[in-house]
Design a protein around this ligand. Structure first.
Ligand code: SAM
Length: 378
């Protein structure tokens, strides 16, 4: 084991050549994911938090040390992980230790609970208990989603990570159908559509419990998706969220269409169903950024990335300048120039975190093509 520092936590992590060979998983690249999660919890101020798939415990420990959370549960099914979580809790939190079977309680300023077991079982045993529930699995979170929606309070918040990007982005189409009951798209829209398919699945799962879903913040980064979703209680809220599901179409030239609908209209090859609503609550993102300025961040890119998310125009999908140029036999133009050109023509346009070469805009496709040609000399 080696000791590392991340945020305010000092934790032991296994020493391994490759992270996936380690007996307990720790990925330093995910410090950005954890930074943003800490910032989100500072704003939401949940009292009871579950880190359902905890590995070394780094996430739950950072929540305990860096956020107002009062009661933090850290769970993992693996023996090695459970042992390490307990070690790391002892390293970071003051308090009395009380152990009972596969569970250890740390009573100090806060209560931290380490648990060894299946996350679905733990969540099923704690019905409507947590204010914030974090799912950070290997691959898809879908197998934990039902129990999570029952274990989080009806007005609570879910933090969901999905690393099965290949599935959601269309490399494994059948797997996307099986797991998310959705048709994924390949090509330049795959990351945004993948994120929207993930959120769409949560909306469908939540609706059966008469729960609506509000997106506080959702993003794609480093080959994973992350979404902070606030639940809203009531059949109407659930209907309201379902009404924001729909479908996406794309032509050979890159032009895309989307339509909120329960069933797709026949307009050629269709992708979805997926979420077509907002990917952020602008006020919430401003608050997160404000918190970021006042916090010790572990990852050097966290602040910059949050700024990109704040500036981004929140409309469905984007035009990738490289893909559109290729599809239409145009010369490449700098994405910055295309953004400026669109703005000069009176449209809203920004860059997007989904791709360094893409533009989000409210301009119609033809105006995007014109801007790519740069006919007003921009
Ligand atoms: N949240 C951690 C972090 O931020 O560093 C990483 C978690 S790691 C990606 C996923 C963990 O889930 C692994 O440690 C694995 O042992 C655990 N796991 C897998 N299936 C589980 C299950 N059914 N119940 C509980 N834990 C499980």
């Amino acid at each position: 084991f080696i000791e590392i520092k991340e945020g305010l936590a000092r934790i032991l992590v296994p020493k391994a050549e490759r992270i996936y060979d380690a007996p307990v998983f720790y990925n330093p690249v995910m410090a950005l994911n954890r930074d943003i999660s800490v910032l989100v919890l500072k704003i939401l101020q949940p009292e009871k938090v579950l880190d359902a798939l905890s590995a070394t415990g780094i996430r739950g420990i950072r929540y305990a040390l860096e956020t107002p959370a009062q009661e933090i549960w850290l769970n993992d099914i693996s023996d090695e992980a459970y042992g390490l979580i307990k070690e790391n809790l002892k390293k970071n939190l003051e308090g009395e230790l009380y152990e009972e079977g596969d569970r250890a309680y740390f009573w100090g300023e806060k209560l931290a609970v380490a648990n060894k077991g299946d996350a679905n079982r733990l969540m099923a045993e704690n019905f409507r208990y947590f204010d914030f529930l974090d799912l950070d699995p290997f691959g898809s979170p879908i197998e934990f989603l039902d129990a999570a929606l029952r274990s989080v309070k009806r007005k609570g918040v879910l933090g969901i990570t999905a690393t099965d990007t290949g599935v959601l982005c269309g490399a494994y189409r059948q797997a996307c159908r099986r797991k998310y009951l959705a048709e994924p798209i390949r090509g330049e829209l795959c990351h945004e559509a993948g994120l929207r398919i993930l959120i769409g699945a949560v909306v469908r799962y939540a609706a059966k419990y008469d729960l609506g879903v509000e997106v506080l913040l959702a993003y794609y980064r480093d080959h994973y998706f992350r979404a902070f979703l606030r639940l809203r209680s009531g059949a109407r809220k659930a209907d309201g969220s379902l009404n924001q599901l729909g479908y996406l179409w794309q032509r050979e030239n890159g032009e895309f269409f989307y339509e909120t609908a329960f069933l797709p209209q026949n307009r050629g090859k269709v992708y979805g169903p997926m979420w077509l609503g907002p990917l952020k609550d602008q006020g919430f993102v401003e608050d997160v950024l404000k918190g970021a300025g006042e916090s010790e961040l572990a990852h050097k890119k966290t602040l910059k990335f949050l700024e990109v998310l704040r500036e981004e125009l929140d409309v469905p999908f984007h035009y990738d300048t490289h893909a559109i140029a290729r599809r239409n036999g145009l010369e490449l133009r700098k994405v910055k120039a295309v953004v400026e050109e669109l703005k000069n023509r009176g449209y809203a346009a920004t860059r997007t975190h989904f791709s360094p070469t893409a533009v989000k805009t409210d301009a119609p496709f033809n105006a995007v093509l014109e801007a790519l040609k740069g006919s007003s000399g921009g």
